[in-house]
Design a protein around this ligand. Structure first.
Ligand SMILES: Cc1cc2nc3c(=O)[nH]c(=O)nc-3n(C[C@H](O)[C@H](O)[C@H](O)COP(=O)(O)OP(=O)(O)OC[C@H]3O[C@@H](n4cnc5c(N)ncnc54)[C@H](O)[C@@H]3O)c2cc1C
Length: 371
């Protein structure tokens, strides 16, 4: 059988796009691991935060919010970007950067900050409040898309690492490590950290998508973290933390270049996280209960890449989801399917400019340089 689309991977990006393609096309999902969601998707910090990823990502996040809320995947938490006296300029810049983007943020002083987070140390006196920030039920959302795809006829093959992509009449021959071959008219490259490697297999020029490692630790703290604590982010990107079942999830906001693979946290990054946390908040750390790391993958301009490759329309990019691939999944998948199927925008995607995310933005530039 020849599929219309072979989507490589079965994380959040691939599952959501496959579900959106399913009513219109025969779709095959090919996942290297034993089960979907083992890599970035299964390791996220699970928040929907309007400003995360910068103003270029805001349209995707805002367009995804109503879908996530209507389907019950969001629990409002609120977020605070915090700073010290010397960070006043950074907080001012933050407000200016997001002015007119549609996000809801307002400035708070020390008094209001400690009402939200009594443990913030004295030096932290300035904050930006984002009331709409929410926790996302990541596993629920992933299952929602896998189930919708299954009902729509999507076929999922696990333990099917793609090892060869060859152009044949009418599309592609896809080889997998298990020895099974598949045929599809078009390839969707949604392989997260592996996206450039998949392009290389297909003889397509890579876009420079880089995997950057991010560490998270779960701390048992005294007193226990209250359930209504907001997500707290250092405005200078030194840390963030949020509560989970009385514990705290803490990240040093690290971005360490790494190779695609099953990454693990480094002791140094865990130590940095704890040091930064202790200098910001007055909690006693009783234990580091869990630690994990995952890869967030970025294109050179840190915006995602959705659309056909300019050199081969049969190769569709859906990559570079960075640190916002969960919170943007609904609108990204809807937009991706519309681009792949040649459909116009709908109510969810009308406010999104697809040109901002087109792979042509890189390829046009590299052609111009070499001309
Ligand atoms: C620590 C951390 C915290 C994060 N926090 C948040 C957050 O709070 N909110 C948010 O929105 N986002 C967050 N993110 C980002 C989010 O997790 C990612 O953007 C998202 O999961 C990307 O999904 P994906 O499907 O592109 O990648 P992945 O989930 O990595 O899926 C790619 C899949 O492709 C498969 N694959 C690779 N090569 C092949 C091959 N040759 N053949 C077959 N299959 C292959 C892999 O096995 C993998 O399953 C976080 C990420 C990390 C690491």
């Amino acid at each position: 059988m020849t599929y219309d689309f072979a989507v490589i991977g079965a994380g959040m990006a691939e599952a959501s796009l496959a579900a959106e393609l399913a009513p219109h096309a025969r779709v095959l999902l090919l996942e290297a691991e034993d089960a979907p969601g083992y890599h970035a998707t299964g390791r996220s910090a699970a928040f929907w935060e309007e400003c995360y990823g910068g103003p270029g990502v805001v349209p995707l996040t805002l367009a995804s919010g109503p879908y996530l809320a209507e389907h019950g995947f969001l629990t409002t938490r609120g977020a605070l970007y915090v700073g010290r006296a010397e960070d006043r300029g950074a907080l001012d810049d933050f407000i200016a950067t997001f002015a007119g983007t549609g996000v809801t943020i307002d400035r708070l002083g020390r008094e209001a900050l400690v009402r939200h987070v009594p443990q913030m140390r004295e030096a932290w006196c300035d904050a930006i409040h984002e009331p709409a920030c929410a926790d996302i039920d990541v596993a629920g959302l992933h299952q929602h898309y896998l189930s919708a795809g299954r009902r729509g006829g999507v076929e999922l093959a696990c333990r099917a690492r793609v090892s060869g992509l060859e152009r044949v009449a009418g599309g592609w021959r896809i080889r997998t490590e298990g020895g099974t071959d598949y045929r599809a008219a078009r390839i969707v490259n949604a392989a997260g950290a592996w996206a450039d490697r998949i392009a290389a297999l297909a003889g397509i020029a890579p876009l420079g998508i880089r995997p950057l490692r991010r560490t998270v630790v779960q701390l048992r703290v005294d007193p226990p973290a209250p359930a209504d604590l907001p997500l707290v982010l250092d405005v200078n990107g030194g840390f963030y933390f949020k509560p989970d079942g009385g514990r705290l999830w803490l990240s040093p906001h690290d971005e360490i270049p790494d190779e695609p693979g099953d990454v693990a946290p480094e002791e140094l990054d865990v130590a940095v996280a704890i040091d930064r946390f202790e200098s910001a908040a007055d909690w006693r750390i009783a234990a580091v209960e869990r630690r994990w790391a995952g890869l967030r993958s970025f294109a050179p301009d840190r915006l995602p890449v959705y659309g056909p490759d300019p050199a081969d329309a049969g190769f569709f990019w859906f990559a570079g989801q960075g640190g916002f691939g969960i919170q943007t999944a609904p609108a990204a998948a809807r937009l991706g399917a519309q681009l792949a199927l040649g459909l116009g925008p709908d109510a969810m995607t009308r406010a999104i400019d697809p040109a901002a995310y087109s792979p042509a933005r890189f390829k046009a530039r590299s052609t111009a340089h070499t001309a």
